[in-house]
Design a protein around this ligand. Structure first.
Ligand SMILES: [Zn+2]
Ligand SMILES: [Zn+2]
Ligand SMILES: [Zn+2]
Length: 541
């Protein structure tokens, strides 16, 4: 049979048609706008990927044009993340100009914050610009980011900057710069700029490998945030002032633990000095509230429940976390909820400068009773894993330091170390990390609804939890509390109001699927404790 060929003119026409279709389809600006308008995350993600690989000023402009404050936080962070992955130097100077021009806006903070996973030395000029002309919180963030770029150029920027600082008037900047120097060099020359500058004078001409020895470069799996973050302000917390509270009321008569979490174990692993306290000890008259700086509550079961010595869950579910009893003998009922009197004491404790960390079910037992009208829960969430993101405008908050960023080293092995039991969480694979991370919500976790929006800062949110009645989709929130017994803290430049603070988080430690997700929680609580430690000595004066 004769093969048929297309007439040459038709081939030309078809080629031209195909070419114009390709041209028409390849309009990323239009595609991106469409995706944003239709809230089509898959489409936005695809166009962002294309623009990131295009990696030029044009791509940068297209992304910036599509960047508007979110109705949809998921899309907002997709675009920011795209911008943060550009490495073309013209694009970087464009971003630097954008950040400085919009320095009073949240969007500018979110963009700078998103840069934290870009460890390419090409972003050094941007960080340097912000150090020169940005407001203080942005300078702090730039210093922090310099701490995870392990190059000599990064050290040059840090040393040039510290030389301009005044030890007394620029305390926070000095502290942050030294923190970054410690992380890049792996050295510890103390807390004074002069000793670091002297060290630099001696070492600046040495080989790179002699001056840059970050903690993580020795290899080995990163099993806790302690392996890479600056822990200044953690180890010297006074043990007798940091209390982890657990439900001890059933220890003697019930065969298993009434606590859903063991934060004391996490703190021990992180090297945080603390004292474990039973609920019964907290409620006894001998507990000295004035001595405490912080109360960290383990989520625990406190409702009226069978508590006989042979009681045993196993029957049909009677609630999100309860089952019928299949035990025998005395089905003694037991309620271990904190008394109203203790709740009142907790309230006064925070009002007078105390710090309070609560998780999960604590929102019902403690928060809504002690702090009426601030936040509440409206329903129990079913077992699921959700994507988490920084709440828009919150990424530079001191509590989110290290939370949405990858561990710095690219040398750490991706495979679990030999001591790691199978079934445990996986070690971190550097370079794979993106802004978003995942959060495991246990069955029956109460949600968080913000009632007083002007008081509460949402730190972490999930687009999945956003709905009409809960537009914030909060996972972690914080607020300041002040009462008549305010302990004045912070210096003139301090942005803290007097009084204490609450940090409440949905779900638990130790239940997260991967180490990176677990690290988010570890960093959150460490930042909280570091701030506390920083404020307390001032408060004593
Ligand atoms: Zn009991
Ligand atoms: Zn029973
Ligand atoms: Zn819980």
């Amino acid at each position: 049979m004769r093969k048929r060929f297309l007439p040459p003119t038709l081939v030309v026409i078809l080629t031209a048609l195909l070419f114009s279709i390709t041209l028409w389809a390849a309009n990323p600006a239009q595609d991106l706008q469409n995706g944003v308008q239709k809230k089509d995350r898959t489409k936005v993600k695809k166009v962002v990927e294309e623009l990131v690989s295009q990696n030029d000023v044009k791509a940068c402009n297209t992304l910036l044009d599509a960047l508007t404050p979110p109705p949809d936080a998921g899309i907002y962070w997709l675009i920011l993340e795209g911008l943060s992955r550009l490495s073309n130097s013209d694009a970087i100077s464009k971003l630097s100009a954008y950040i400085l021009t919009n320095k009073t806006k949240d969007i500018s903070r979110d963009l700078l914050g998103a840069m934290k996973n870009n460890r390419s030395p090409t972003i050094l000029p941007l960080l340097k610009d912000v150090l020169g002309k940005g407001p203080e919180d942005m300078k702090i963030e730039s210093l922090h980011q310099l701490g995870s770029i392990q190059t000599k150029e990064s050290l040059e920027v840090l040393f040039a900057f510290i030389a301009t600082l005044d030890e007394k008037n620029d305390k926070d900047l000095v502290k942050e710069t030294i923190g970054a120097l410690k992380r890049v060099t792996g050295a510890d020359k103390g807390n004074y700029p002069a000793s670091w500058l002297a060290w630099w004078k001696e070492n600046e001409n040495k080989q790179l490998t002699d001056i840059i020895k970050p903690k993580t470069s020795a290899g080995g799996a990163i099993n806790s945030v302690k392996d890479y973050r600056d822990m200044t302000g953690v180890e010297d917390l006074p043990k007798e002032k940091v209390f982890v509270v657990r439900n001890d009321r059933c220890d003697k008569h019930y065969q298993s633990d009434r606590n859903y979490d063991k934060i004391q174990e996490v703190l021990t692993k992180l090297g945080v000095p603390h004292t474990v306290l039973g609920k019964s000890e907290l409620e006894s008259d001998s507990f000295n509230w004035k001595e405490a700086w912080v109360l960290v509550f383990n989520c625990n079961y406190y409702k009226d429940l069978h508590c006989g010595k042979d009681c045993k869950g196993g029957g049909v579910a009677t609630g999100a976390r309860t089952q019928g009893c299949i035990g025998t003998g005395d089905h003694m009922n037991h309620d271990t909820e904190l008394s109203n009197q203790t709740i009142q004491k907790i309230k006064e404790f925070v009002e007078s400068g105390g710090y309070l960390f609560t998780e999960d079910l604590n929102i019902r037992e403690i928060i809504v009773r002690a702090f009426k009208g601030i936040i509440t829960d409206t329903k129990e969430i079913t077992d699921q894993t959700v994507q988490i993101l920084p709440a828009p405008g919150a990424i530079l908050h001191p509590y989110l330091k290290y939370v949405f960023e990858a561990p710095p080293s690219s040398d750490a092995p991706a495979i679990p170390s030999s001591e790691e039991k199978s079934g445990e969480t996986q070690s971190v694979k550097p370079g794979e990390f993106r802004i978003d991370s995942e959060w495991k919500i246990d069955n029956g976790s109460p949600d968080i609804k913000i009632l007083k929006k002007d008081v509460v800062t949402v730190l972490v949110m999930s687009p999945k939890l956003v709905n009409k009645s809960n537009p914030e989709g909060a996972i972690a929130v914080t607020w300041g509390v002040s009462g008549q017994n305010i302990v004045t803290t912070g210096g003139d430049k301090s942005s803290y109001a007097g009084g204490g603070r609450v940090l409440h988080v949905m779900s638990h430690f130790g239940h997260q699927k991967s180490k990176v997700d677990e690290f988010a929680l570890q960093n959150l609580i460490l930042n909280f404790l570091i701030e506390l430690n920083q404020r307390r000595p001032k408060a004593k004066k």
